[in-house]
Design a protein around this ligand. Structure first.
Ligand code: GUN
Ligand code: FE
Length: 467
């Protein structure tokens, strides 16, 4: 049993952050939150909670505990391509960078090195749950699930299906093999974690252009039979949308292509969804499918600015996705910043219109972006009852954030930290707790994330972690 003592913050509703300066979170031996106190000292807590007398205490100094981040969309095998996109857009980017890299994961040795490295990397940024695309390769995909389970990172792990319109060196031979191999990965992931408490399988048709209608239908059938999650891309880029119209002339829209294959369920995660029509949004809402908003990738590949405020107002469940390597950072904190930025570009509209007709309603606040990064993401991956915030009965997935400034010679470890990041905090002594959080939001990075827990298990720590 452990008592996490000190400040904590989390989102209690879309636009509402709760910040507790003198908190205590009691976590039992199963990683479940047993009590939360909001105005305490530790001896007091021990006295009041019977059975917690010999609990270990982990205190946070000059910082706070925050729920672990949830990445609802990323591509682990694209990690080596981080930052490589030049001036490409989606379809030529796939051909130039993505397919050649992914096809090389026929090498298990390479998969092992890169997946280990990427899981470490996402954990170091406070990502406690991640929805991963792997590649077409069954063994390498299963290896990614092994790594996530061993490291203790919650994950949805998907074998990518693509039986058409991809290079001949990198595609499924047939509908049958695509479905069979997908099923093999589902069975494997369920064999190593029967309850799905850490790793779960996810059916992953790459996107409509790279799957034939029978392949999509086969995967839709499998999703229902196996009661499994589904992830895919939708409405990311205008050339892609035109291609889908050409390939599926009888379908009403891109989104309808998935619906006709029974792929839109409450367990479906649709990435991007930038250019959806009103009717498509309605269909997504009706089916209860979720959206992964990937603003960094959307700007890098110049795909567009997703109007997130409108989707939220329509009641669609949304989380954030780093979409590495369309996106160039594995950090959900960075992604939250991009979500705020994109919302401001939507607010400004076209440059000519900006000065006269600023649409303030479109802007996301810090609280809203952090909500998408935690509680929103939890709902996208079906874990809204387990993670995303601090409540009795939820599991303790958290990061210890420490603030600080670059140390001057002679400074002792303490307020100044040993490797400051996240703004010059407490140097001038004027910030409120809310302002410290704002500074972290806009200028923090992985140096601030000094320790990470999943279900109460310490899964990452740096030298600044002093328990
Ligand atoms: N659409 C199909 N495949 C991909 C991919 O790997 N990344 C992104 N961003 N979009 C895709
Ligand atoms: Fe993607």
């Amino acid at each position: 049993k452990t008592i996490y003592l000190g400040a904590f913050a989390h989102c209690v509703a879309l636009a509402e952050l709760e910040i507790v300066e003198k908190g205590a979170i009691g976590v039992d031996e199963h990683g479940v939150i047993g009590f939360i106190e909001k105005e305490v000292d530790v001896e007091d807590v021990r006295k009041r909670h019977e059975g917690w007398n010999d609990a270990k205490v982990v205190s946070v100094k000059d910082g706070f505990f925050f729920p672990g981040f949830i990445d609802t969309h990323t591509h682990a095998p694209q990690h080596p391509n981080t930052g490589l996109f030049g001036k490409t857009t989606l379809l030529d980017w796939l051909d130039k960078y993505t397919f050649p890299m992914e096809s090389s994961f026929s090498s298990l040795d390479k998969a092992s090195r890169i997946y280990t490295n990427f899981v470490s990397r996402t954990l170091s940024h406070g990502t406690t749950t991640c929805a991963y695309y792997a590649t077409r390769h069954v063994e390498a995909t299963n290896l990614l699930a092994d790594i996530c389970l061993a490291r203790g990172q919650r994950a949805l792990v998907g074998r990518v299906c693509m039986d058409t319109l991809s290079p001949e060196y990198y595609r499924d031979e047939s509908v049958e093999s695509a479905v069979r191999d997908s099923k093999a990965c589902i069975d494997y992931v369920r064999s190593i974690d029967a309850e799905g408490s850490i790793v779960r399988p996810i059916i992953t048709p790459r996107f409509a252009p790279s799957c034939t209608a029978p392949c999509l239908a086969g995967l839709g059938k499998l999703a229902h039979e196996a009661d499994a999650f589904v992830q895919t891309h939708v409405s990311e880029n205008t050339s892609e949308i035109a291609l889908v119209e050409e390939l599926f002339p009888d379908s009403k829209s891109y989104t309808h292509v998935y619906d006709e294959a029974s792929l839109l369920t409450p367990k479906t995660i649709l990435a991007h969804a930038i250019h959806l029509s009103t009717e498509e949004r309605k269909l997504v809402k009706e089916r209860g499918s979720k959206i992964s908003h990937c603003p960094a990738s959307n700007t890098a590949l110049t795909s567009g600015c997703c109007p997130v405020r409108e989707l939220l107002d329509e009641g669609i469940t949304i989380g954030l996705g780093t979409d590495v390597s369309g996106g160039f950072s594995p950090s959900i904190l960075e992604e939250a910043r991009h979500a705020i930025w994109t919302s401001r570009f939507v607010a400004m509209g076209t440059p000519a219109a900006a000065a006269s007709s600023l649409n303030n309603a479109a802007k996301l606040s810090t609280a809203e972006a952090l909500y998408l990064a935690t509680r929103g993401g939890a709902a996208v991956v079906g874990l809204e009852d387990k993670v995303g915030g601090f409540e009795v009965g939820k599991e303790f997935d958290a990061q210890m954030i420490r603030l600080g400034s670059v140390p001057e010679e002679g400074d002792k470890e303490g307020v100044f930290g040993e490797d400051g990041a996240g703004g010059p905090v407490d140097l001038f002594g004027f910030e409120s707790a809310e302002e410290k959080l704002e500074k972290w939001m806009y200028s923090g990075d992985d140096r601030n994330c000094v320790a990470v827990w999943v279900r109460g298990r310490l899964v990452h720590k740096t030298t600044r972690y002093t328990a």
